[in-house]
Design a protein around this ligand. Structure first.
Ligand code: SIN
Length: 355
């Protein structure tokens, strides 16, 4: 065969392989860190999709339900925890964050997938988004139906998450959530429905993209700083400052503030009504808390939209911080991390405007 033709064939083969994301001889190495949840959950009957037991199957069994993974990645799996995610705590985040950083330091590793219960998945994801020190992909996934159910959603979610974590396209986009074919940013995403498989939504911004046939299609990028660009470092931390969330409602009063202070809170996130509005009694109690050195963040219980600094409440005068469009549970994570760096409310406001 003439040399020019041979060269042309070799080039065509290379382009075909690049198109599928596979290198000539190597699949990406993806580390799967399992933490429990419904994706590892089971029930006696295959029609039981509510009232099953979360976190019963080990990572090997979860991976074995997706034989196609062997075609798309080499997997290194580890059972980090075995929890229903309502039992996840900041202490677990610290362990997990350090484990993720360690895994990504290995030059052979392309990315990390974390299997997680969906109830607090968004919180773990945002904590990692602010603390992981790598631009390699970190993808959290889970499922709404247990592994034993008809049409369990875990296997396809896991397949897509591993494919995503193995791609170069997912690098530098912060921590991602992969559920129901959608690729979502950890910052903007929240669980919106108690049982639906499309429960994860980013109300103010939508998904970053979608998975199709194991390949990502990206349409948007996260605008806020994350991972390598933050000032937070999990490796040096042994605990997070205590931050409590209070909930506003018609007739709510100062008693929640009193309880938070009695519990030793260093920070309070108030999930206020509307644009973070506060009843007079709560506002006065929060002002007293602030005078005692406790950091106060105004967020909203509405689930979307921006809480505006000095919008209806005089944050400048009271020394409060406005949560931007972070949900109360995300604002709590950012405030806890911020308090590891500073107790200056204006510096903390700048962090809320940045991350
Ligand atoms: C959990 O969060 O661990 C249980 C619910 C779920 O994974 O969907």
């Amino acid at each position: 065969m003439p040399t020019a033709l041979r060269l042309l064939l070799a080039l065509l083969l290379l382009f075909a392989m690049l198109g599928t994301g596979l290198s000539a001889d190597k699949k990406p190495l993806v580390v799967v860190l399992a933490t429990g949840g419904t994706i590892a959950g089971g029930a006696d009957s295959d029609t039981t999709t509510i009232g099953y037991k979360a976190a019963v199957f080990g990572v090997d069994r979860v991976l074995a339900s997706v034989p196609a993974l062997a075609k798309v990645a080499d997997i290194r799996a580890e059972q980090v925890f075995q929890l229903a995610s309502e039992n996840m705590t900041p202490a677990h985040w610290l362990i997990l964050g350090k484990r993720v950083n360690q895994a990504l330091k290995d030059p052979a590793v392309s990315g990390v997938v974390i299997t997680h219960g969906t109830d607090t998945l968004e919180e773990t994801a945002y904590f990692l988004h602010l603390t992981v020190k790598s631009d390699k992909p970190v993808v959290l996934t889970g499922s709404m139906r247990p592994a034993t159910a008809i049409s369990a959603d875990g296997p396809l979610n896991l397949y897509n998450a591993v494919c995503l974590a193995g791609t170069a396209e997912a690098r530098g986009k912060g921590v991602l959530i992969l559920m129901n074919d959608a690729i979502l940013s950890a910052r903007d995403t929240t669980k919106t429905n108690t049982f639906a498989t499309d429960t994860f939504r980013a109300p103010d911004s939508g998904p970053l993209g979608f998975m199709q046939l194991g390949r990502p299609l990206f349409y948007r990028l996260p605008a806020r700083a994350h991972t390598l660009a933050t000032e937070f470092a999990v490796d040096a931390l042994t605990a997070l400052p205590q931050v409590e969330i209070l909930y506003g409602y018609a007739g709510s009063n100062a008693s929640q503030v009193t309880s938070a202070l009695a519990a030793g809170a260093k920070g309070i996130v108030n999930a206020g009504t509307g644009n973070g509005s506060l009843p007079d009694g709560t506002k006065a109690a929060l002002a007293q808390a602030r005078a005692r050195g406790v950091l106060v963040v105004r967020s909203s219980r509405t689930g979307s939209g921006v809480v505006t600094r000095n919008g209806g409440v005089d944050d400048d005068a009271l020394g409060f911080v406005a949560a931007d469009n972070l949900t109360p549970q995300k604002a709590r994570i950012l405030l806890a991390l911020a308090l590891t760096v500073t107790s200056d409310p204006l510096r903390i406001q700048r962090m809320f405007d940045t991350y």
